[in-house]
Design a protein around this ligand. Structure first.
Ligand SMILES: [Zn+2]
Length: 277
């Protein structure tokens, strides 16, 4: 325990700004930026419009004994993921989320991405996910990536198509490993690829306004729309979770879609203007 004198000496030894921090500690501390860049947000939004990202439908999972969640350990996202998955589990049975978390989550399993190149992390994650399902008698595995993901960004693997393809690849690898372990048991296990997107409040407002044809609205309609958007942000925040369609034809349709072409043009324009700064 420090004496009053020692405390005063310690304060005197820090800088003026440091003293202010001692007096007015920042709420929540210094945070790494977790909002999605606009050029990535437009691509994810286009994926959603093209049907590659779909609203989560708990009926497709029916997790009666909970879920194993293969996720990134990102502490800014985990509370939202637990709440969201916990709510689904509770609706269908027990609130039982069994997390298997390492930085990067399912992207570590994807061999086409560099996150666990020359490291055993992907195999470790996969082994613990399948062991968890076995030990806890859980028959639903959620393979859940998120965007923006710091680990993906660090390895320059955070392009939306890389991320979504990585999650799908992880799902496929888990499916193959489940079948290799026990073909009979594998038939009873569902593996769902998902993504949580932190849209960012500015992107969220912009997209909602675009969709409502903001430019064509009268003043009163704009006010009403903005009120609803703000209410939605206060109530639900700007994070949303989606299923990723595992059907190869949905990926093919996305690759050929006008939505993709337009989104990449917008993203390319933003990238180009950023490069010139
Ligand atoms: Zn992450």
């Amino acid at each position: 325990m420090l004496t009053g004198y020692e405390v005063r000496r310690k304060i005197a030894n820090v800088s003026r700004i440091g003293r202010l921090v001692l007096i007015f500690p920042a709420r929540g501390g210094c945070r790494v930026k977790t909002e999605l860049p606009y050029q990535q947000a437009v691509v994810y939004r286009a994926m959603r419009r093209a049907g590659l990202l779909q609203d989560v439908d708990g009926d497709r999972l029916k997790p009666r004994r909970g879920v194993v969640a293969v996720i990134c350990g990102d502490g800014d996202q985990s509370h939202d993921i637990f709440k969201y998955l916990g709510d689904i589990c509770q609706f269908y049975g027990e609130r039982r989320v069994h997390p298997v978390a390492l930085n990067g989550g399912p992207l570590l399993i994807a061999k086409n991405l560099p996150l666990s190149a020359n490291l055993p992390d992907g195999d470790v994650l996969m082994r613990h996910a399948l062991d968890g399902a076995d030990i806890k008698q859980i028959d639903v595995i959620i393979v859940k990536g998120h965007a923006p993901c710091g680990a993906a960004g660090k390895h320059k693997a955070d392009d939306p198509e890389q991320v979504v393809a990585g999650i799908l690849e992880a799902r496929q690898a888990l499916r193959a490993e489940t079948e290799r372990r026990d073909p009979d048991a594998a038939r009873g296990i569902r593996i769902a690829p998902c993504i949580q997107i932190s849209w960012g409040e500015e992107n969220f407002r912009r997209f909602r306004q675009d969709e409502a044809g903001y430019a064509t609205l009268m003043r009163r309609q704009r006010l009403w729309l903005n009120t609803r958007i703000e209410f939605s942000l206060i109530r639900h925040g700007a994070k949303r979770s989606y299923f990723i369609s595992p059907q190869p034809e949905d990926w093919d349709a996305w690759m050929k879609s006008d939505e993709r072409k337009k989104a990449l043009e917008v993203a390319g324009t933003v990238y180009a203007s950023t490069d010139s700064w």
